[in-house]
Design a protein around this ligand. Sequence first.
Ligand code: SAM
Length: 243
Amino acid sequence: THFGFKTVAKDEKAGMVANVFHNVAAKYDIMNDVMSMGIHRIWKRFTIDCSGVRPGHRVLDLAGGTGDLTAKFSRIVGEKGQVVLADINNSMLNVGRDKLRDLGIVGNVNYVQANAEELPFPDNHFDCITIGFGLRNVTDKDKALRSMYRVLKPGGRLLVLEFSKPIVEPLSKVYDAYSFHLLPKMGEIIANDGESYRYLAESIRMHPDQDTLKGMMEDAGFEQTKYFNLTGGIVALHRGYKF
Ligand code: SAM
């Protein structure tokens, strides 16, 4: 049946995403720096600056992977605050946990293996949720957004950092060439895994554009939603509040 087909396709996507991140976990950080020419650090910095997170806050870094955002939040929230790094993939979680411990980041960080679609946290729990380059990998994005809404405190904010749609045509062309040709080649050379990076390029192309994602956040209940285009819209940061 049609319904049956959809279920299979969903399982396939989830399985593929799991494989990709098991495969890339060990090389994830270096690939990030190479592929974005270090610019992902600026995108993450901007996310932190928009977060409004203060000492004592409780933050969820969802799809947190190797923990770049968690590390920054841990320093801001201090010993009275808490950061939860949640990710569906235990290989990514392990790499993240080791890296953060090496950096001396301990005490206020917890690691939780969880699916963004069914977050294992109480209602109204977090002051801020970030999901950095994670939402495009989630199978049921609407369900995940509703789950994030549920666990966010009233007054809290959600930040979605994700690849988006370049706002000018020439940039779009260059970017397509880059992601479909150069990116899998670099994946092949550095991580010995072209296939995973082909998936990543494809998932970027399929991801909803700025206004579509904004609408999805509103459908999940978020208010005062807006987005900031970064690097010409190659990436966008979406922000929404729960009131
Ligand atoms: N946030 C980190 C960063 O910006 O560097 C890691 C981003 S990495 C590209 C995407 C992460 O999303 C992976 O660690 C993957 O395991 C995780 N992920 C994929 N699907 C997920 C889901 N349904 N729930 C939670 N995490 C998921």
